[in-house]
Ligand binder design. Structure first.
Ligand code: PXL
Length: 288
């Protein structure tokens, strides 16, 4: 049986992000990706202009059909949300379909210290609530600071691995067993760190110039797909890190922020073959 992952995220025409990357990536990993659209957009919201159709009102009928059909998912992955109301529906989705499945919440809210255009404080509060129901969460450094009520500028200005570790550790619970912090940028390298109750590990890669739409969604899709199919956390993180590295290398841009994201398509073969990185330094660096 092919394992099934429900991905609750938006469908953006331009931006190489959200469902547009989750569908090919999870498929390339050999799993079935079932899209649950939270919104449909012409472009992701980082462009100067975009048109968005909120899909909230259609979520309940989607869920009702699947409840009747007694559908089961091996994992659930949530990403970009279009309204506060959606959180209650997603909580119901997790309650109903998540009992025997792995629940991944990517608390999409912000990047590089700045909230996304369509997010505000009260939506962030709802996202916080959602993370409490997850087994694995994948905040970037900005989102980690929001979840913990910490100042991003303080944390990001110097080597603060110990503090970041402590913040991630504070989010662990009986439900949330793994926190993966992405995009820690220090001194020419980028680190993705995972924190569990008894171990902490990092994957380091050379920091490339620029900031790209959708890399968080690529990361969460690979980690979710990889772990669901049985990879260990460190291997899934290193596959994701290396895939993103190769995709950025293949994305010529002169912009500080590239709204169309990365050219990931021709690297999908890495996921089909689970080709691990060669330039990555990865380690479990502490057993607690
Ligand atoms: O990749 C995060 C993301 C997802 N979906 C939409 C977005 C963004 C970030 O800006 O605008 C619609």
């Amino acid at each position: 049986m092919v394992k099934k992952i429900a991905v609750i995220n938006d469908l953006s025409g331009f931006g190489n992000c959200s469902l547009t990357v989750a569908l090919p990536i999870i498929s390339a990993l050999g799993l079935e990706c079932i899209p649950v659209p939270t919104a449909i957009l012409s472009n992701q919201t980082g462009y100067d202009d975009f048109y968005s159709v909120d899909f909230t009102e259609h979520l309940t009928p989607f869920i009702d059909v699947w409840k009747k059909q007694n559908i089961k998912f091996d994992a659930i992955l949530t990403g970009y949300l279009a309204s506060e109301k959606q959180v209650a529906l997603i909580l119901d989705f997790i309650e109903h379909f998540g009992k025997d499945s792995l629940v991944f919440v990517d608390p999409v809210m912000a990047d590089d210290g700045v909230l996304y255009d369509t997010y505000n404080e009260s939506l962030c509060e709802r996202v916080k609530l959602l993370t409490k129901k997850a087994n694995i969460i994948t905040p970037n450094l900005t989102e980690l600071c929001i979840l913990c009520g910490t100042d991003y500028n303080e944390i990001s200005k110097e080597e603060n691995y110990d503090k970041i570790e402590g913040l991630a550790y504070s989010l662990l619970s009986d439900t949330t067993k793994t926190v993966i912090v992405t995009g820690i940028k220090q001194k020419g390298k980028i680190t993705n760190m995972f924190v569990q109750k008894d171990q902490i590990g990092t994957v380091n890669q050379k920091l490339l110039k620029g900031s790209f739409s959708g890399t968080g969604d690529i990361f969460s899709s690979i980690v979710c797909g990889g772990i669901t199919k049985g990879m260990d956390v460190l291997d899934a993180i290193s596959l994701a890190t290396n895939f993103i590295y190769c995709s950025i290398m293949d994305t010529p841009t002169t912009l500080d922020y590239e709204p169309n994201g990365v050219n990931f398509q021709k690297h999908l073969e890495m996921l089909i073959n689970e080709k691990k990185g060669i330039t990555i330094q990865k380690n479990i660096y502490r057993h607690i």
